[in-house]
Design a protein around this ligand. Sequence first.
Ligand code: SAH
Length: 371
Amino acid sequence: MVKQLAIDHEKINLLNFDRSGLAEYFVSIGEASYRATQVIQWVHQLGAKNFDVMTNVSKSLRLRLAERCEIRVPELVMDRLSQDGTRKFLLKLSCGNCVETVFIPEEDRGTLCVSSQVGCSLNCTFCSTGSQGYNRDLSTSEIIGQVYLAHHLMATQVKSRPITNIVMMGMGEPLLNFDNVVAAMNLMQDDFAYGISKYRLTLSTAGVVPRIYDLAKVSHVALAISLHAPNDVLRSEIVPLNKKYPIAELMQACQFYFKDAPRRHITMEYVMLKGVNDQPQHARELVQLLRDIHCKVNLIPFNPFPGTKYECSDRLTIERFRDMLMQAGLQTMTRKTRGDDIDAACGQLAGEFTDRTKRSAKLAKIAIQAQ
Ligand code: SAH
């Protein structure tokens, strides 16, 4: 693994390691594993950019680290503030592509929405990221680099914690970049890094079923499922991944995920698309489907983007839908749209990158033909 990381760039980027990975690396170069804790704290909590400042680390190790390793974060190229306080960061990666990260401040919390891939390969029909195509997975350093940058930009003192919650709901499908996402989430939770509790760290997935079982083995973070439809016909239309992993399999995986923590619930995300999935019959089907799943439902008003064929359901339709779920005993809330004036709302993240799938070009051609 260490060898592979070195090919990536001449020097080994320490941001690619979680604590156990760094301990393994130190042991491999003949150093004590406990050094990993010190270095992780210097890098993530104290924002050290070089090794000279790491005064509790032996001089010889500092010299070796300076020779072989580096602390490299993506470059911040844009920092936009919405009228509602939402902040969007555009980060440039060493390959030249850019990804987006969003900070959403609320009275009692500050949530960072983190990207896991450059683009997304899943092509959900209502998502702007999907229509932009896919380029590649982010490395651990590029995922945790988003937290590092946002934290150090916003923390006014060493001990201040502007980020209290993290959601893996930015660009990409986190479960299709499993190892890098898990390592980055380990760092997010590490008390010597960002100390986010497993209750305040949420991974959102379109439903990569086998990876939900894998995740249950290595982590107990909160899980959100992008459900969006109560039956396979409709879901396969708007979340094409459903053809591979249909709803029944997904629900089984959900039941398995928290089987050892029966008090914890899964969040079912449901984007409200006018005339598509927002009718009373859909609400009734959803109630049936979720009858035996310990979950909460999060209704998300659809955020439009250029070229989309969808519209957001009316306020009254959303209210009626929510009331039907609530009356049937499903805990339901409607997500407040934040940051849409700077295209930072759910599903609006697009970044700037080369689409390797050529999907964006195909869609543009179709749009021109339709005019
Ligand atoms: N791939 C993951 C994470 C990224 S999407 C997933 O599918 O869960 C994060 C959330 O934003 C998902 O619930 C997604 O369905 C929702 N979303 C995507 N596009 C949206 C849009 N245009 N309006 C509102 N929500 C959207």
